[in-house]
Design a protein around this ligand. Structure first.
Ligand code: ADP
Length: 244
């Protein structure tokens, strides 16, 4: 479903991604861990061209973005449609209710009929456990509820791939579980997802593959039981010792 080759990203002189290669099969959940500043968020943002990589290719399903060539706006738009991002700070529209937030993408971007979009948005809000909060505004919702709206909003775009950028790191600890549970359910339903997170229990329980990033590279990768119980690289061991 995803194939990444030799992905590089520079901000000015600062090389933040130094050649990333990755394949993700359909239905897999890949979790990216690593120290702050290692390039995890930049990596995720490159996958739907919120950041434009400096070099390399990203293929999602049947579309390939080759960053060694110039790119038209139309190509970017078409490529972006294949994935949807869930952000750390939810990024909901504050002046719209939960259901309006979820409908916005399908109606405005995908030109769906409003009644159909509303019906689907209602189903998605039910799915994330917010059937009774559809007409609430973001300020009337807890952080965990807002993030579940954020997940429903991303799902409404029917992406082939969901990208989660530290979706629980802005939440109070008691609200983390409800968001992780929704993500866990999505993974078990076979959604293809790439998740940047500091939640090691989630990584252990849900990931098909864990990537440990440091200094703009994937230093170690493998099944969670191997990476966590038997890390091969000294840098992975050091990181895991610091956080556990
Ligand atoms: P992580 O998610 O692992 O904490 P990031 O991808 O956020 O790492 O950041 C990696 C590096 O890239 C950091 O040194 C950060 O300061 C730098 N960086 C990220 N975004 C930008 C930007 N828009 N402009 C310049 N530098 C950036």
């Amino acid at each position: 479903m995803i194939s990444i080759r030799n992905l590089h990203k520079k901000f000015g002189d600062l090389e933040v991604l130094k050649g990333i290669d990755l394949d993700v099969q359909k239905g897999q959940a890949v979790v990216v861990i690593g120290p702050s500043g290692s390039g995890k968020t930049t990596f995720l943002r490159c996958l739907n061209i919120l950041e434009t990589p400096s070099a390399g290719t990203v293929t999602i399903d049947e579309q390939t973005a080759d960053f060694s060539k110039p790119f038209s706006k139309k190509q970017v738009t078409s490529f972006r449609k294949q994935s949807a991002m869930v952000f750390q700070h939810y990024n909901l529209f504050p002046h719209m209710t939960a259901i309006e937030n979820v409908m916005e993408g399908p109606v405005i971007v995908q030109k769906q009929n409003k009644a159909d979009a509303r019906k689907k948005a209602a189903q998605l809000l039910e799915k994330v456990g917010l059937g009774d909060k559809m007409d609430f505004y973001p300020f009337q919702l807890s952080g965990g509820q807002q993030q579940r709206v954020g997940i429903a909003r991303a799902l409404a775009l029917e992406p082939k791939v969901m990208l989660f950028d530290e979706p629980t790191s802005a939440l109070d600890p008691e609200l983390v579980g409800e968001v992780l549970q929704v993500m866990k359910d999505l993974a078990s339903e076979g959604l293809t997802m790439v998740v940047v997170t500091h939640e090691m229990r989630f990584a252990k329980g849900v990931a098909d593959e864990v990537l440990f990033m440091d200094g703009g590279k994937i230093v170690e990768r493998g099944r969670p039981e191997d990476v966590f119980n038997n890390p091969k690289e000294a840098r992975t061991r050091q990181f895991l010792n610091l956080i556990e």
